[in-house]
Design a protein around this ligand. Structure first.
Ligand code: NI
Length: 133
């Protein structure tokens, strides 16, 4: 293990310490390692579109939006090679939450996730891509 010494502004250090505390890290080092890992993962996905990855796609959608459930299912069947599994929760009379685990080349996983999130009736969502390198 290497020991790094870095210099940052007082304000940024205070914000970083607040983040460390808020997220429950025991020390700055583990928080810093996680931030670096996150950025490195993004860099891998940007540099290597074909990088093997797994991802979670999570979104809220309107149960009453006409044909949306069928469109989402069709999309998953059309991309069964990317779709590992899906969990659906009926949050209320109107609202559903779905989380889908994806696996495949980063560019295909991201394209699929974007197409789902862009569907009419999907209210908000997020994809978290993690390269397997
Ligand atoms: Ni539902």
């Amino acid at each position: 293990m290497q020991r790094l010494t870095i210099s940052i502004d007082d304000d940024l250090a205070a914000e970083f310490d607040a983040l460390v505390a808020a997220r429950g890290y025991e020390n700055r080092s583990e928080a810093f390692r996680d931030l670096v890992r996150g950025e490195l993962a993004l860099a891998v996905v940007e540099a290597r579109p074909d990088a093997p990855c797994v991802a979670t796609l999570t979104f809220l959608f309107d149960h009453h939006e006409r044909t949306l459930s069928a469109r989402l299912l069709d999309a998953q069947h059309e991309h069964h090679d990317l779709t590992v599994s899906s969990t659906h929760a009926h949050l209320s009379h109107d609202l559903c939450l779905e989380t889908t685990i994806l696996r495949g080349p980063a560019d295909q996983v991201q394209a699929f996730a974007k197409s789902v999130l862009a569907q009419r009736g999907v209210r908000q969502g997020h994809v978290h891509v993690m390269p397997l390198l």
